[in-house]
Design a protein around this ligand. Structure first.
Ligand code: TMP
Length: 218
């Protein structure tokens, strides 16, 4: 689908620094005079944020079936695509999204082990013919991710509700990482890998190098 805007998604495991980098990239693009919309998944619409709560924090969501998780992720996505992403792209905005369908392939496909063809068809129903122009894989080694997660938890204290995904095991996250690697290797034109273990400023420059060609004026 060719629309006047640009659609960039950031992917990766927990604590890869995606939200920090989205904020920095958005700021840089705004300084260049572009109109930028920052979104996250699951979430990004009023209904989607409720679904996000169910998926991550609601005690009633504990032990939900992987199939339920797949469908809820994509219910949130179907809203986000129609209410926010497509209108923004049609009006020429840059849309930066913290996770998109590649997370479903990695988490529900590889992590939970759901049938890949079924995962693909649910995603297709949610997004139609919309695909990111560029997807960045922010990769950090598992030790750095663990240290960052522990730091984040300590900073939040006991006020933050527990997160179902943060409680997953190492083997789950290893499968998720393999999922991102497979998607990255399968579509080299769309994907760029960004080494995200270094300083925030260093990663910001690497992120910019990975997307700047999309903004080269003809
Ligand atoms: P985050 O916004 O803190 O990254 O939390 C979102 C969580 O949801 C994260 O653990 C990854 C997970 N997730 C999926 O399992 N499938 C999906 O399709 C998406 C978008 C996120």
């Amino acid at each position: 689908m060719s629309l006047p805007g640009r659609f960039i998604t950031l992917e990766g495991g927990e604590a890869a620094g995606k939200s920090t980098q989205i904020a920095r990239l958005a700021e840089r693009l705004r300084r260049q005079g572009r109109s930028v919309l920052e979104l996250r998944e699951p979430g990004g619409t009023p209904l989607g944020e409720k679904i996000r709560h169910l998926l991550k924090h609601d005690p009633d969501g504990r032990g939900m079936a992987p199939e339920t998780e797949l469908l809820l992720m994509n219910a949130s996505r179907a809203e986000l695509v129609r209410q926010r992403i497509l209108p923004a792209l049609r009006s020429g905005q840059v849309v930066l999204c913290d996770r998109f369908y590649d997370s479903t392939i990695a988490y529900q496909g590889h992590g939970r082990g759901l049938n890949r063809a079924a995962v693909q068809s649910v995603i297709q129903l949610a997004v139609g013919t919309l695909h990111p122009d560029r997807t960045l894989w922010l990769e950090v080694d598992p030790e750095t991710a663990q240290t960052r997660l522990a730091g984040r938890k300590a900073a939040q204290g006991s006020t933050e509700p527990s997160d179902r995904f943060d409680e997953e095991h190492e083997a789950f996250f290893a499968r998720v990482a393999r999922g991102f690697r497979e998607s990255f290797e399968a579509e080299p034109d769309r994907w760029r890998r960004v080494e995200a273990g270094g300083s925030v400023e260093g990663v910001e420059e690497a992120v910019w190098s990975a997307v700047s060609d999309l903004f080269a004026e003809a």
